[in-house]
Design a protein around this ligand. Structure first.
Ligand SMILES: [Zn+2]
Length: 567
């Protein structure tokens, strides 16, 4: 392979040249400019210990160790040369990050990357705490011991070394590594070969990418005009029919874990009992593994997540809820726990539901929301048309929302301490949360009995329960697109309606009939916006019949999705 004199290669040659020159000059002047042999052996042992522990714990195989050892020797010398004892702080920080990487990789199947960070920045306290388990904390203990050992060895080793010795030796090793790397090593294997040097730039990149994703998501929603800004009509309703639309964006429900989609367990007994009032969609593809991106794809005319730059796929207009509000629906929003974080979720969902007359939180468990809905319904004139927006915890990690006293599926554990070891318990907990959400559907349907209502449910994204080597909100590798190569992107979706709604207008009956006809096709979040417009009979320039599941002109989803199973 030809030697490439670019970037790091040039820096490496420069460092090596300086190191050699300094050493030669040092020889003439009889000044020591390199660490003596005894210290070099010590340094070699220290670096070998550090690198083998780091690598064996994490990411690489033994035969790749020689290069990182040389690199580590150089980096230790350089950090000590520049910072002296303060270098230990830097190393402590670094080892803490490595321990997090190790826990993330072995417990949940993902290293820290920009997606994980973007999700962490929008995580509620509760979600973050789910990962701060006693086991994970206990795993940090070896780190503390290692750090003490590492600190003592470094202090002993460099007790009498001069800055010149340290810097020059550091440049020599790093320079040699750089030159070797440019000549010999395959590209694209940074974690294996350039650890620990690659970790800092990779983390810095991940953080800046995560902040960019979060900012871009907020900007995307903030920059959208409202569909209510352009002329629109609603011919089917006059505003005094007492129609209720429940628009429920669920959390983390995989389609394949619902009885109505063929799952062997009775996770959704209520839905299974609904008969012809239920229109179930067994194949619905979620747009994103990130809650906010999914909500945007569901409520606006956006069709894919923010990473998909294919023309026509990003939203051009804001929330469909704006249109309902414009046409005399009163909007009330029901959320789960109040989230303390301010970065993304709160801002995005606030903008998407900005026409809410009131917002409710249901701390504890979802039945609070049912009571809040009862209250809202009682306070309203029965003829008032209503839109009740719901977005509660559902099956979110750590799968804690279910009947803890009397769970249907046992043994069960609502924690995320060691999911691989407790796979059965965690899977049971997940199924229990779906059972609980099914009971939520039942209670809301009970509440609305006798009224013309439509209940549209769609989950934001799926969940990994050991599938594809991942747990919880883990992402597959470094790549957001891999989400659509797994069944994690197939989510629960259904429409439930009352006979009173179907009987209210011939348009409704006809639309529901067409919706049922289309329910076996592959649908996606991109269909929701237009389906709501079509179902209610809105006329607006933003409507697209090819994405309206109540229209005979609808086209199935053809975007990214996992390969079809042969069965
Ligand atoms: Zn979510």
């Amino acid at each position: 392979m030809p030697f490439e004199l670019t970037g790091w290669g040039i820096a490496a040659v420069a460092a090596l040249t300086v190191a050699v020159l300094v050493s030669v000059v040092g020889c003439f002047l009889r000044v020591r400019t390199l660490l003596p042999a005894r210290q070099l052996w010590g340094l070699l042992l220290l670096a070998a210990l550090f690198v083998s522990l780091g690598h064996l714990l994490a990411f690489s195989s033994l035969w790749q160790l020689h290069f990182p050892v040389l690199l580590t020797m150089g980096i230790i010398c350089l950090t000590w040369g520049v910072l002296r004892r303060w270098a230990l702080l830097l190393w402590a920080l670094f080892m803490a990050v490595e321990m997090l990487q190790f826990i993330g990789f072995h417990q949940y199947g993902s290293r820290i990357n920009s997606l994980v960070l973007a999700e962490t920045f929008e995580a509620s306290m509760e979600e973050a705490m789910a990962y701060l388990t006693p086991l994970n904390l206990a795993l940090m203990l070896p780190l503390a011991l290692l750090l003490v050992l590492f600190t003592r060895l470094q202090l002993r080793l460099f007790r009498n070394s001069t800055r010149t010795e340290l810097l020059n030796t550091g440049m020599l090793f790093c320079g040699l590594c750089g030159v070797f790397a440019s000549c010999l090593l395959p590209t694209g294997q940074t974690v294996n070969y350039y650890w620990p040097a690659c970790e800092v730039p990779e983390l810095v990149n991940a953080v800046s990418e995560a902040l960019t994703i979060n900012e871009a998501t907020i900007n995307q929603v903030e920059g959208l005009e409202s569909p209510a800004d352009k002329h629109s009509t609603l011919m089917t309703l006059e505003g005094r029919e007492g129609v209720v639309l429940v628009l429920h964006i669920g959390e983390s429900i995989r389609a394949d874990r619902m009885t109505v989609n063929g799952y062997s367990r009775r996770t959704t007994p209520f839905l299974a009992s609904c008969g012809s009032q239920l229109i179930n969609f067994p194949t619905c593809i979620s747009a994103a593994c990130d809650t906010c991106q999914a909500q945007i794809a569901i409520l606006t005319n956006g069709r894919r997540n923010i990473y998909d730059l294919t023309p026509g796929m990003q939203p051009t207009v804001g929330s469909v809820i704006d249109l309902f509000a414009k046409h005399d629906f009163r909007v009330y929003s029901f959320f789960g726990r109040r989230c303390a974080q301010k970065l993304k979720y709160d801002r995005v969902v606030q903008l998407l539901t900005r026409h809410s007359e009131a917002r409710f939180n249901a701390p504890g468990y979802p039945w609070t929301a049912v009571e809040q809905m009862r209250q809202v319904l009682q306070e309203q004139d029965r003829k008032q048309n209503l839109l009740l927006f719901v977005n509660n915890e559902g099956s979110h990690t750590p799968f804690g929302y279910y009947d803890l006293e009397n769970p249907p599926f046992t043994p069960t554990t609502p924690d995320f301490q060691n999911p691989t070891a407790q796979a059965e318990e965690v899977n049971n907990a997940y199924d229990n949360t779906i059972h609980y959400t099914d009971e939520f559907f039942r209670r809301v349907a009970d509440l609305l009995e006798g009224r013309p209502y439509v209940y549209l449910y769609v989950s934001d994204h799926g969940e990994y329960l050991g599938h594809d080597g991942c747990w919880g909100r883990a992402f597959l590798g470094q790549h957001p697109y891999l989400y659509h190569t797994t069944d994690g992107c197939k989510v629960g979706m259904f429409v439930l309606f009352s006979p009173e709604f179907a009987a209210l207008r011939p348009h409704f009956a006809k639309s529901l009939e067409q919706l049922r006809c289309n329910s076996r096709m592959t649908v996606a979040h991109e269909h929701i916006f237009h389906t709501l417009l079509g179902l209610f009979g809105f006329s607006t320039p933003y409507y697209d019949a090819s994405l309206d599941l109540t229209s005979p002109a609808v086209q199935p989803y053809t975007g990214p999705q996992p390969p079809k199973h042969e069965d």
